[in-house]
Design a protein around this ligand. Structure first.
Ligand SMILES: [Zn+2]
Ligand SMILES: [Zn+2]
Length: 720
């Protein structure tokens, strides 16, 4: 056993012992939770006892209620009939629909459908989130509207406001505001990738009315690193704050932001400020707020934690981070982190939560990944090697270049973001490139196979990324062949597994070799990837070393935040009332006595964007979901101004619903209905609207009767 593993074993033993000592506490906590749980609240003496009593009353009345309901139904039906009757006298013919289903059935179907569509299309709406975590700042009680209304900000408080990135459906959209007496600074502006529930939506961007209202108070914008979940929203948000506000970040981060902004038309030159974190400079941002960038390791160059110094103490934002003993990048400036913790003390630590559920510590270094890429090149020396990884993994790309150069191989890059990132990395001097190794794609394909190495995007199985295009033959220069070896230097992002499998299947069908990270048993080669985020035990060490007064998990879904908070309480030993599990929009106040509390909320939400960076309205998303499930059905009528009668056979367009050629009977039925319906003159616009509404409803009914579906029906009426 070497010294390092001995030390590690000792540390673990100590940790386990301290956990054993804490076990009674944890049990007590569990019992407390039992008391707080739902059922206990309803037990006699519980806080929701009254509700139970109420519901009993209800149950007793139920038969009566039901009767009442059925009466109600009848009366609405009567009303409807009455309405129809009056309608009949004033205008349109009441046409008897030849249907066997009741209208109520159709209405029920429509209601269920619209509930489903709403639920699917509103997952990004924040409102007042349910948060009964014991770390919610209210002893596990749900925050109420009246609490928000009566919240009065304290003048002396420093306000920490997560605008995005906490407890949403996916990791991303990171953005934090810090405010003191009308001075606001912002940290990060990320995007969140929309999932398949949002057809046609590519990503989401933080949206906050509070920021809109306080735009002029924003004095500085700081960025921890250049991943899209931290800078992706720059193109939409930076122009909004104007060209004067200083924008701080490391050389690589600013390079990536500039690249992004260069794609936006009509943006004036922004006030970019490149920070060298190694200088430990305290940057004055406002009369009361200053910040220091601290170099930390992650899976991208130029990654920093940020210490914000405020009148009420130092707030440390961890950004994204991992530990690494033998990094390719400049070693982390962890000593500086500890120095800040030990000299000035950290009043609040906001710590990322991404890998809190992964046990243990970081298993290996990026060099091991490099060695294994070299191994692949040795074992499959006669063919082309195609390596797929995240385009922001600049240090991994450096590994590939080094290993290739050592073997006389050349390297070409494929994929827009891959080429972009390498360019920015070269400019920011974040990557070392061996001489005469990089070639253009169109040139490298002319070399013999054993000289060819290609680094490309598509490791997540993205349909339109380079790797898939090479499989299908849609790529301009390369079609995968049996002598190729494809290496996946990545882990699947949760949710992407099926797409990746599809890509792997495609590659194997072409006869190619596929080598994936985490499948070492198949090829005896691995690991081929290293996560950018700290594991559980790393967090224990980090939080223990930084011993913050208060702790706030951020950068994660709700379960990650909760598990992160539990770690801080149960393992590190931070008292529960110094830990907050917050949501986007919560106003967290750091008081002059360095206590923290939640005090009110700001309105927050998401703006949706498509892959052309154009905003998508929520109503459009709902229509798309509706159409994807039920289709769309258009009837076009040409009627005479004089008689109101049809002049020609109505045109019918069906999309994503039924195939018209196979539906003659149904179409005939609808044409018949439309003929009968149009036998009155329509004089006013109001008449026309009523006619349209009735046609819409009746046609929907006929279609539902025949198919069990209620497509979006659009009647178009031309008067000639
Ligand atoms: Zn990151
Ligand atoms: Zn991140």
């Amino acid at each position: 056993m070497n010294d390092k593993s001995k030390l590690e074993a000792e540390r673990r033993a100590k940790l386990l012992k301290s956990r054993a000592e804490r076990l009674p506490d944890i049990k007590k906590q569990f019992e407390e939770n039992q008391k707080r749980n739902f059922n206990a609240n309803f037990a006699p003496g519980g806080k929701d006892e009254k509700l139970v009593a109420k519901s009993h009353k209800h149950a007793k009345n139920a038969p009566k209620g039901q009767k009442k309901a059925s009466n109600g139904k009848k009366s609405t039906k009567n009303q409807a009939n009455a309405k129809n009757a009056t309608n009949q006298t004033d205008k349109h013919s009441e046409v008897k629909l030849l249907v066997s289903t009741r209208k109520g059935e159709m209405v029920h179907h429509q209601r269920m459908l619209s509930q489903d569509v709403n639920a699917q299309a509103t997952q990004h709406i924040v409102g007042i989130p349910v948060n009964k975590s014991r770390y919610n700042g209210f002893n596990g009680n749900q925050l109420t509207l009246s609490q928000i209304r009566t919240a009065r900000p304290s003048r002396d408080a420093v306000r920490i406001i997560p605008v995005g990135g906490l407890g949403e459906f996916g990791i991303g959209k990171n953005m934090t505001a810090i405010e003191y007496q009308g001075e606001i600074i912002l940290i990060d502006m990320g995007t969140l990738f929309a999932n398949a529930d949002y057809p046609g939506v590519n990503y989401m961007v933080p949206d906050s009315k509070w920021l809109d209202d306080n735009r002029d108070k924003v004095k500085a914008i700081l960025f921890t690193h250049a991943h899209l979940d931290h800078i992706g929203a720059c193109r939409h948000l930076l122009p909004y704050f104007g060209p004067l506000v200083p924008i701080y970040g490391s050389a690589f981060t600013i390079g990536m932001i500039k690249k992004q902004m260069s794609e936006v038309p009509d943006v004036p030159e922004m006030n970019y400020q490149v920070v060298n974190p190694m200088e430990h400079k305290d940057i004055r941002l406002t009369p009361h707020l200053s910040a220091e960038f601290i170099h930390m390791l992650h899976s991208i160059p130029g990654n920093c934690a940020i210490a914000v110094r405020t009148p009420n103490g130092t707030i440390m934002l961890s950004g994204d981070w991992r530990f690494e003993d033998n990094p390719m990048d400049i070693p982390a400036d962890y000593d500086r982190m500890k120095e800040i913790a030990n000299t000035e003390g950290i009043a609040v630590l906001l710590n990322e939560s991404t890998n809190i559920d992964v046990p243990g510590t970081h298993p290996h270094s990026e060099y091991d990944v490099g060695d294994n890429i070299g191994k692949v090149m040795d074992n499959y020396a006669t063919g082309r090697i195609i390596i797929s990884c995240f385009s922001s993994q600049v240090k991994r790309i450096e590994c590939v270049l080094r290993e290739a150069a050592a073997r006389g191989r050349k390297v070409a890059f494929a994929g827009f973001s891959m080429i972009n990132n390498v360019e920015v990395a070269l400019r920011a001097k974040a990557i070392k490139v061996p001489k005469d190794t990089i070639m253009k794609m169109e040139d490298i394909v002319k070399l013999p196979d054993e000289k060819v190495t290609i680094v490309c995007t598509g490791s997540q199985g993205e349909m339109n990324a380079v790797l898939n295009r090479m499989v299908t033959g849609a790529h301009r220069h390369i079609k995968v062949k049996a002598s190729d070896t494809i290496v996946f230097c990545s882990s699947p992002i949760p949710g992407n597994e099926p797409k990746i499998m599809g890509t792997v299947d495609g590659l194997l069908r072409e006869g190619a070799q596929v080598i994936q990270h985490n499948k070492t048993h198949l090829t005896n080669i691995g690991p081929l990837h290293l996560s950018g985020h700290a594991y559980y035990e790393d967090h224990v060490k980090y939080v223990t070393d930084l011993h913050p007064k208060n702790y706030m998990p951020y950068h994660g879904e709700f379960y990650m935040l909760e598990h992160n908070a539990e770690m801080a309480e149960n393992v590190v030993g931070i008292p529960r009332d110094h830990i907050l599990v917050a949501d986007d929009g919560d106003i967290v106040e750091l008081m002059p006595d360095q206590t923290i509390r939640k005090n009110g909320r700001i309105p927050v939400g998401n703006k949706l964007y498509d892959d052309a960076d154009q905003q998508v309205n929520e109503a459009v998303v709902k229509d798309r979901i509706h159409i994807s499930r039920e289709g769309i059905f258009v009837v076009i009528l040409t009627i005479s101004k004089k008689t109101g009668r049809l002049i020609k056979t109505p045109d019918i367009v069906s999309r994503a619903f039924i195939y018209l050629d196979n539906s003659e009977e149904l179409i005939g039925k609808i044409r018949h209905y439309l003929r009968a319906k149009t036998d009155h003159t329509v004089n006013s616009d109001a008449d026309l609207k009523t006619l349209k509404d009735e046609i819409k409803e009746d046609v929907t009914h006929i279609l539902y009767d025949a198919t069990g579906h209620t497509p979006i029906v659009i009647p178009v009426i031309n008067k000639v």
